[in-house]
Design a protein around this ligand. Structure first.
Ligand code: HOZ
Length: 423
């Protein structure tokens, strides 16, 4: 496989961009080697600048539920382009997008559009603090909620990939407002509330973790979080940036039948363009400016191109509920091909092959993985034209563009690559 052009671009990139990338996991530090620079995507495929073709299982880290360059999304962006790129004023399509989000995720009685998942979680936390008059947040070890100062405590995703315990630059006062607890342990949450009565504003959780690899909630866990937070007067925030419109049309909250107070969305909601949202109970959301005093704003919030792409994506989901069966079936075939010494976690079209024979239910068990074996597996797959997330601590994503032939090819490549990695 030729990679000279990617290599040259990476050499140049490192002179102008920290680490050569605009988001850390892309630098492949978790698997070794140098990242491929991408020239284009089409359907299930990525093509790099050296002309190599891959079946893509990153899907832009989640947004591309329908694959690259889906015609309905392209048409919506093209139509929006004829009207302008940014107005800094309200548009009709923003209203339609908010209404469509409410239809799919009914717990979001009101919705505010922002530009990234980080902005959504940061804003939701501020709202939770402002609404409750409390300052402390509970998060879970290995969960990642964007690079929000107070949430970069024992975080997953790139922080876990690079093995960084916490980030310099986060004032101690901020991290002191965060309690990080093990995921899937309701007693730890109960104990934290008892230790700090009437101090905890919110519990924020990825209802299905995707940022320490895919880790589903144990039976009854989300119900416990709902019950404990309600009993203690704190808000339950579901960070559905990854799971929203991914694990079901209504996200993880629909799948597990839990009604959070606030929800954050990103990734799929933008169909590949930068947009995110937070929302929830009307009595909480009306505290946001200009309805109320809690301030949050953004020049590009509700950007017309991103709104058009997001609306096309959500309309497709509403019109084609059958896609979730297709995604489930395809991803199930990938899950089934792993040997016994590899643990597989999958919910819908989110999945991780963990290089450990232990059950992976939290960050500690995720860390039992042999990351060097994962690195060998990643490179063996790449050689076979399969492009996986370059970290043991990320989930892979299947799209509706993955054909049966793509999946069969991937299963064959995985069987060969497991043999190489586990030898
Ligand atoms: N933190 C993102 C996934 N969990 C990675 C984003 C990126 O590198 O683009």
């Amino acid at each position: 496989m030729h990679t000279e052009k990617s290599q040259q671009l990476f050499d140049r990139a490192r002179l102008s961009i920290p680490g050569g990338v605009n988001s850390p996991v892309r630098a492949w530090r978790g698997v070794g080697g140098n990242p491929r620079f991408i020239a284009k995507g089409q359907g299930s495929r990525l093509f790099d600048v050296d002309g190599n073709e891959y079946i893509d299982y990153i899907g832009s880290w989640g947004p591309l539920l329908l694959g690259h360059r889906h015609p309905e999304i392209l048409a919506a962006i093209e139509e929006a382009l004829t009207r302008g790129t940014s107005f800094g004023a309200p548009t009709g399509q923003e209203v339609e997008l908010a209404e469509t989000v409410r239809e799919l995720v009914p717990s979001m009685e009101m919705v505010r559009l922002v530009n990234s998942g980080t902005e959504a979680t940061m804003s939701a936390l501020r709202v939770a603090r402002g609404f409750t008059g409390r300052e402390i947040t509970i998060k879970f070890e290995g969960c990642y909620h964007g690079h929000v100062d107070s949430l970069l405590v024992k975080a997953g995703s790139g922080v876990a990939t690079l093995g960084l315990p916490d980030s310099p630059g986060v004032p101690k006062g901020f991290s002191d407002t965060t309690i990080a607890l093990p995921f899937n342990d309701p007693q730890a949450v109960e104990d934290a509330f008892l230790a700090q009565p009437e101090k905890i504003a919110a519990v924020i959780v990825e209802p299905v973790c995707g940022n320490m690899g895919c880790i589903p909630p144990n039976g009854g866990y989300l119900e416990s979080l709902r019950e404990i937070t309600a009993r203690h007067g704190a808000l339950l925030i579901f960070d559905e940036v990854m799971t929203g419109f991914r694990v079901s049309a209504g996200g993880a909250q629909k799948l597990y039948n839990i009604v959070p107070d606030l929800t954050t969305l990103g990734k799929v909601i933008g169909g590949g363009l930068p947009i995110a949202a937070y929302g929830g109970r009307r009595d909480i959301m009306t505290h946001i400016a200009p309805s109320g005093p809690i301030y949050q704003a953004g020049t590009l919030s509700g950007n017309p191109l991103a709104v058009a792409a997001g609306l096309a994506m959500l309309r497709h989901i509403l019109q084609h509920p059958e896609i979730y069966d297709q995604l489930n079936a395809a991803t199930g075939k990938l899950a089934a091909c792993a040997p016994e010494s590899v643990t597989v976690n999958r919910i819908g079209s989110m999945m991780t092959w963990f290089f450990t024979d232990q059950a992976v239910t939290d960050y500690d068990s995720a860390k039992t993985c042999d990351t060097s074996k994962f690195g060998k597996f990643f490179h063996a797959m790449l050689e076979r034209g399969i492009y996986l997330p370059p970290s043991q601590f990320e989930a892979l994503f299947v799209s509706t563009a993955h054909s049966e032939e793509d999946i069969a090819r991937t299963v064959q490549a995985a069987k060969e690559s497991f043999e190489i990695a586990l030898a």
